[in-house]
Design a protein. Structure first.
Length: 118
């Protein structure tokens, strides 16, 4: 059974930093990509940072230059370093993984809350 467990969320003041981590377990197949989405109250889930092809990562325009994704393939982990946080970054952040089960199946973690106070 695929499990993605996020950690590192919390409450931070505007301008501060947080680092989110996600660890995958129970995955017998190859993970094609791991990344991050977020969902703010009353809004749809949106991409934050997710690998597209090769070494290319797509970042949301709103986080470019402030957020950085990193991945450890051997450990099946992905992290998101978030700097210069803004109140509008407040959301539940979800780790996602595309698992190659013969086709790419998107799996999700349970989410971790990030709250940025002004």
């Amino acid at each position: 059974q695929v499990q993605l467990v996020e950690s590192g969320g919390g409450l931070v003041q505007a301008g501060g930093s947080l680092r989110l981590s996600c660890a995958a377990s129970g995955i017998l197949f190859r993970i094609n990509a791991m990344g991050w989405y977020r969902q703010a109250p009353g809004k749809q889930r949106e991409l934050v940072a997710f690998p597209t092809s090769g070494d290319t990562t797509t970042y949301a325009d709103s986080v470019k230059g402030r957020f950085t994704i990193s991945r450890d393939n051997a450990k099946k982990t992905v992290s998101l370093q978030m700097n210069s946080l803004k109140p509008e970054d407040t959301a539940v952040y979800y780790c996602g993984a595309d698992v190659d089960v013969g086709w790419l199946k998107r799996c999700w973690g349970q989410g971790t809350q990030v709250t940025v106070s002004s």
